[in-house]
Design a protein around this ligand. Structure first.
Ligand code: COA
Length: 189
């Protein structure tokens, strides 16, 4: 299954007004814009970037992971401009038990316009549909109200709290464990 999906690199996935695609070095400036924002990386989904070369390194790493068939790490491209406006990740995929975990971000200028919801719905459609997974998980800082709201809006349910799960810049952070079952998923609309 895994082999099939990574056969010719990272698969492209179409969503409403966006496309999940692999990143190239030509995207470095857009990727840098995404991760250099202190507010955007506040809840620790990635280290903050301080120079353009950090973006190049992340792009190279995502390509390496796709080649290793380990992690689906896409750039979110605007359907209109082709520019990268976010990221979407599908990781910890357990093919035997058919579950996986998602991560995502959106460029701060675009927050509150429904882009994040469309990214997550696209990830779910691909995971439950194409990949035939049956349980999707997420781990969110309890203070990340936007992300919690987004996930609960699309049907995720809280299953517990991981205490002091993360240590980021010397700060201990909890994680809310959420999951959505395919049997509860209403579809991408
Ligand atoms: C989380 C994130 C992806 C949301 O993206 P977005 O494009 O703003 O999401 P949407 O516009 O689809 O909004 C989703 C819901 O959250 C709500 N929301 C957005 N920002 C909010 C905020 N600051 N406070 C409260 N609710 C908020 C929206 O109103 C919407 O709910 P509604 O439809 O009931 O109104 C974005 O804030 C982000 O990139 N954050 C930094 C990275 C991050 O934390 N990623 C998640 C790691 S688990």
């Amino acid at each position: 299954m895994r082999e099939r999906w990574f056969q010719s690199g990272l698969p492209e996935v179409e969503g409403r007004g966006l496309r999940l695609r692999s990143l190239g070095r030509e995207d470095a400036e857009d990727v840098y814009r995404l991760y250099c924002d202190r507010e955007a990386v506040r809840f620790g989904y990635a280290p903050r970037m301080v120079e353009l070369s950090d973006a190049v390194a992340v792009i190279d790493e995502t390509r390496r992971l796709a080649a290793e068939k380990t992690i689906f790490h896409w750039g979110v491209a605007s359907a209109e401009t082709g520019r990268i406006i976010g990221h979407a990740t599908l990781f910890h995929v357990d093919w035997r038990h058919r579950r996986g975990e998602i991560g995502y971000s959106v460029l701060r200028d675009l927050w509150g316009q429904g882009v994040g919801t469309r990214v997550v719905r696209t990830l779910l459609e691909f995971s439950f549909g194409s990949l035939d997974l049956r349980r999707m998980e997420a781990d969110v800082d309890p203070r990340n109200v936007a992300s919690l709201r987004l996930l609960e809006k699309v049907g995720f349910r809280r299953e517990g709290l991981f205490r002091e799960r993360w240590e980021i810049d010397g700060e201990l952070q909890d994680g809310v464990a959420l999951a959505l079952l395919r049997s509860e998923w209403g579809g991408a609309a």
